[in-house]
Write a protein that binds this ligand. Structure first.
Ligand code: NAD
Ligand code: AKB
Length: 317
């Protein structure tokens, strides 16, 4: 039976991924870890404080709980990383190194580590960006993700570590707030709509980016991790997408439910970052290798986001 450690479990993805893994593998086989563990997530019994940069603490945890798989979600995201480049590089790179080293030393069964569309830059083809193409990222976050991809492939080829990865697009969810990324506006816009307040957007109306609803992202992650190793042809990171979205598309979709919803545009440095990323992604290799298929398009996701946020009356932004 798999014994799973999730690092960064309290974040936007970790909150929902941990919940799903606990459902599939049983609470007793899950250890959720974070630098800042949440005070409530009662369904997870083992929620521990861990700094992924503390290799000894990580090693002790793996030994103590007889861990067989690690999902390392700990990172500093793109917008925050531009403010603290050295610290972001340290967490994003050395955190990954610690996990890969522990996986090698303890011969773990599998590792999951997420990359991002941020590996691409200005010189990348913007539409239907292929799996293999020019990747010259301009952000410290993108540089760390691209380097991370190369290290994952290296550890697989050199040491046989079964590391698997997805280049997530912007992820949209209602259970946990996003943590300092360029695509955070695509979540915030729904909170404002439900609060019946105008939304001020930090990218332009027509800035289009690849996005995905969180339940698709969580399902994709678990499906990739459960795929037979010999079906996987990419050991750096798989392109993946749901749909492409501009703020104006999201606003139009929201106005089906809130006709008076108003959006103002005040682009800042994050517009520049968003403009450097692809507008749409070709994920045919993921579809071929492990049967990836997205379920949510924009309208289906909007309906769920608005319904769930209204139900939980989360309108505090
Ligand atoms: P998040 O910021 O919401 O969560 C990251 C979590 O890591 C936080 O709970 C934080 O406390 C924790 N953390 C930070 N430093 C740590 C450390 N030193 N030790 C242990 N924990 C630490 O981020 P997220 O959106 O959940 O993203 C998770 C991963 O997925 C990241 O690698 C991110 O780059 C990647 N990703 C996310 C998106 C997205 O849209 N959310 C898109 C592409 C890639
Ligand atoms: C970010 O905006 O930093 C993330 C990502 C796409 O990697 N959401």
């Amino acid at each position: 039976m798999s014994r799973i450690l999730i690092i960064g479990a309290a974040g936007q993805i970790g909150t929902e991924l941990t919940e799903q893994l606990a459902l599939q593998y049983g609470n007793d086989n899950i250890v959720a870890a974070d630098l800042n563990p949440p005070d409530k997530q009662p369904e997870i019994r083992d929620y521990v404080k861990l700094d992924v940069l503390d290799k000894k603490a990580l090693t002790d945890l793996v030994k103590q709980h007889q861990i067989t798989e690690i999902y390392n979600l700990a990172a500093v995201l793109s917008a925050t990383a531009e403010q603290i480049p050295e610290k972001a590089w340290n967490i994003n790179m050395n955190g990954l190194f610690n996990v890969l080293e522990v996986a090698r030393e303890f011969d773990l069964d599998k590792v999951f580590w997420p990359s991002s569309i941020a590996v691409f830059g200005e010189s990348t083809p913007k539409t239907d960006t292929p799996q293999q193409t020019v990747a010259e990222p301009s952000t410290v976050y993108g540089i760390s993700k691209l380097a991370g991809e190369r290290w994952c492939e290296f550890y697989h080829r050199k040491y046989g570590v079964d590391v698997r990865s997805i280049r997530y697009p912007g992820l949209i969810s209602y259970k946990a707030l996003p943590g300092g990324g360029t695509t955070d506006y695509a979540v915030d816009i729904y909170y404002k709509a439900v609060a019946e307040k105008p939304f001020t957007c930090f990218v332009n109306a027509d800035t289009r980016l690849p996005m995905m609803f969180m339940s698709d992202a969580v399902r994709a992650t678990i499906e990739l991790m459960q795929a037979p190793a010999n079906s996987l042809t990419v050991r750096s990171s798989y392109n993946l997408t749901g749909f492409s979205l501009s703020p104006e598309d999201a606003a139009t979709s929201i106005r089906r439910h809130y006709p008076d919803f108003e959006v103002r545009y005040e682009p800042d440095y994050r517009e520049q970052i968003a403009r450097s990323w692809p507008q749409s992604i070709d994920d045919s290799i993921a579809r071929r290798d492990w049967g990836w298929k997205h379920e949510y398009d924009l309208e289906k996701m909007t309906d769920v986001m608005l319904r769930e946020l209204s139900a939980s009356k989360v309108n505090s932004v």
